[in-house]
Design a protein around this ligand. Structure first.
Ligand SMILES: *Cc1c(COP(=O)(O)O)cnc(C)c1O
Length: 466
C-alpha cells in the first residue's frame, strides 16, 4: 500500500479515511460480498417512478443523509428495482453474467483512480488490457500488428470502426466524383449500425440475406455492382446476430471486400465470444480478414458492464482517424506509446478492460472455452426440448446460443401476458421478440449458471394458457 494522503481540513468533510469512512468501507465490502454470494440472486423487477418516490423520497439534500443510510436505501429500495442481469433465468436481450473474479476486480479498478486513456498515465493498466485484446485477436487470427481499445459497448465500437473505415477510404480517394459514403449491411445487422450511419450522415444500403438468413459474398457483390463499389467505405457482417445468433458467411464476404478494396467490419458484439468455443469455431471462417472487429466481453465473455473490445487489423489507420489534437494533449499525442484513446470516439476512459483481463488471467483461457461450451450445450438442450414439445416450434436451428421459437396458438398479447407474469413472480425474465411481424419467444443463453432445469421449467410455464 502506498502512503496515506493528508487533505487540508476544509476538504476532510468529503475526502479522507476517517472512522465514518472506515465503517462505510466495511459495510460496502460486506454488501458486495453478500451480493456475490447470493445463489441464486433475486431476479427483482421494475417499480414505477411514483413507487420509488414514495420509498426513496428526496435523496439529495444540502447536508447529506450519510453514507450508511444511503447504502441502506440502495440495498432496500433501489437495488430491488433493478432486474439482476446475472439471474440464471434472465434470458432476454443479451444477459450479463460476470465471473466473481471480474466483478471483484471491478471494485479494485474503481478504487485505483487509473486514467486509462494514455500510456503515460495508465501504462500498467493499458499493458494488461492489451494482452486481453491480444487473446481475442489471436482467436480471430488477426495479424501481430492488430490492436485496439476497450470501449463502453458495441454501439461505440461499431461507430468508431466505421469512422476509421470512412477516414481511410476518403484518404485514399483521389479520383473525381463523390467521396465514398455508403455502408453495406443486412436487415439483421444490429440497430447500432444504422445509428452509427445516422451519426456519420452515411447511407446504409441493405443487402438481401440468403435462405439461411446470412449475408453472403454473392448477394453483397450484386449490391456493390448495382450501386457502384467506389461509393462504399465499409461492409458490415455480423457473427451472431442479436435476434437469432446468425453468423454471416464471413469468408465469401471477406473475399468480395478484398476484391473491391472495401473495409470489412465484423460485428461480434454478442457472438464473437464463440471464437473461443471449438464446437462452433468453424462458423467464423474468414474472420481473419476483418479490417475491424468488435466483441462485448459484457455479453458472452463474463465481464461486467461496460466493456467492448474493438480491434483493428491496421491500428495506424484508426489512430489517424481518431487522435484528438490540442496543445494540452501534445505531450500524449507526440509520444510513440500506445494511447488507447487514439483508437475510438471519446477521450477520458476508465480502464474498463481490467476486470475482464483479471478474470482471464486468473482462470485461464481454457475455463473460458469450457464456460462458453456449457452455454452452447444448454442451448442444444433447449432446442431438443422445443422439438419434443408439441406446443412449441423453433423458427430456425440455432448457430450459437440464441434460440427463437413459437408457442403455437398464442397471440402477441398472450406472449406479453406470460412474460409479464413470470417476471412479476420473479420466476424468469424472458421478453418476446418479433420476426417478420410475428411475435415469438426467444432465449439468449450466455450465463453458464443457466441449467437444463431452468430451461425445462420456463418451457413448462408456457404449456398452459398465457
Ligand atoms: C448488443 C449488440 C450491439 C450493441 O452493443 P452495446 O454494447 O449494447 O452497445 C451491437 N451489435 C450486436 C450484434 C449486438 O448484439
Amino acid at each position: 500500500m502506498r502512503r496515506h494522503r493528508r487533505w487540508p481540513p476544509r476538504l476532510a468533510a468529503v475526502h479522507g479515511f476517517d472512522e465514518t469512512t472506515e465503517e462505510l468501507g466495511q459495510a460496502i465490502l460486506k454488501y458486495a460480498e453478500e451480493r456475490l454470494r447470493l445463489d441464486p440472486v433475486p431476479l427483482d423487477g421494475p417499480r414505477t417512478k411514483e413507487q420509488l418516490d414514495a420509498v426513496a423520497g428526496e435523496t439529495i439534500t444540502p447536508d447529506g443523509m450519510g453514507g450508511l443510510p444511503a447504502l441502506r436505501l440502495f440495498e432496500e429500495d433501489l437495488a430491488p428495482a433493478c432486474i439482476s442481469t446475472d439471474h440464471p433465468r434472465y434470458l432476454s436481450f443479451i444477459p450479463c453474467a460476470p465471473t466473481e473474479a471480474a466483478t471483484l476486480f471491478d471494485l479494485v479498478v474503481g478504487a485505483s483512480s487509473i486514467y486509462g486513456g494514455s500510456w503515460l498515465e495508465g501504462a500498467g493498466a493499458v499493458h494488461a488490457e492489451n494482452q486481453a485484446l491480444r487473446w481475442i485477436a489471436d482467436l480471430a487470427g488477426l495479424p501481430p500488428q492488430a490492436g485496439g481499445v476497450f470501449v463502453p459497448g458495441g454501439t461505440v465500437g461499431n461507430l468508431s470502426a466505421l469512422v476509421a473505415a470512412r477516414a481511410t477510404a476518403r484518404a485514399r480517394h483521389t479520383g473525381e466524383g463523390p467521396r465514398p459514403n455508403k455502408v453495406a449491411g443486412t436487415v439483421s445487422a444490429h440497430s447500432s449500425i444504422k445509428s452509427a450511419c445516422d451519426v456519420m450522415d452515411a447511407d446504409l444500403v441493405g443487402v438481401q440475406v440468403d435462405e439461411r438468413q446470412r449475408l453472403t459474398g454473392d448477394n453483397l457483390r450484386r449490391v456493390l455492382e448495382a450501386e457502384g463499389p467506389e461509393q462504399f467505405f465499409a461492409v458490415v457482417a455480423t457473427c451472431g446476430t442479436t435476434n437469432f445468433g446468425i453468423v454471416d458467411d464471413l469468408a465469401s464476404v471477406a473475399e468480395v471486400c478484398r476484391e473491391f478494396g472495401i473495409w470489412f467490419h465484423v460485428d461480434g458484439a454478442y457472438g464473437g465470444a464463440g471464437l473461443a468455443a471449438p464446437s462452433v469455431r468453424h462458423l467464423y471462417a474468414g474472420i481473419e480478414h476483418a479490417d475491424s472487429f468488435i466483441v462485448d466481453p459484457h455479453k458472452w465473455l463474463f465481464a461486467p458492464f461496460d466493456c467492448c473490445a474493438l480491434l483493428y487489423r491496421e491500428p495506424a489507420l484508426a489512430r489517424a482517424a481518431h487522435t484528438q489534437k490540442a496543445s494540452y494533449l501534445d505531450v500524449l499525442t507526440e509520444a510513440p506509446e500506445w494511447n488507447p484513446t487514439d483508437y475510438a470516439v471519446g477521450l477520458t476512459r476508465r480502464a474498463r478492460g481490467l476486470p475482464f483481463w483479471f478474470s482471464l488471467a486468473a482462470h485461464g483461457t481454457r475455463a473460458y472455452s469450457a464456460a462458453i461450451e456449457r452455454t452452447l450445450e444448454v442451448t442444444r438442450f433447449a432446442e431438443a426440448e422445443i422439438e419434443r414439445r408439441d406446443y412449441l416450434e423453433a423458427l430456425r436451428e440455432p448457430d450459437l446460443s440464441v434460440i427463437v421459437f413459437r408457442r403455437l396458438g398464442w397471440t402477441p398479447a398472450d406472449y406479453h401476458a406470460w412474460s409479464d407474469r413470470v417476471l412479476a413472480e420473479e420466476f424468469a425474465f424472458v421478453v418476446p421478440t418479433s420476426h417478420e411481424g410475428e411475435t415469438v419467444a426467444r432465449f439468449a443463453i450466455v450465463n453458464p449458471n443457466t441449467t437444463e432445469d431452468d430451461i425445462a421449467a420456463i418451457l413448462d410455464s408456457m404449456a398452459g394458457p398465457a
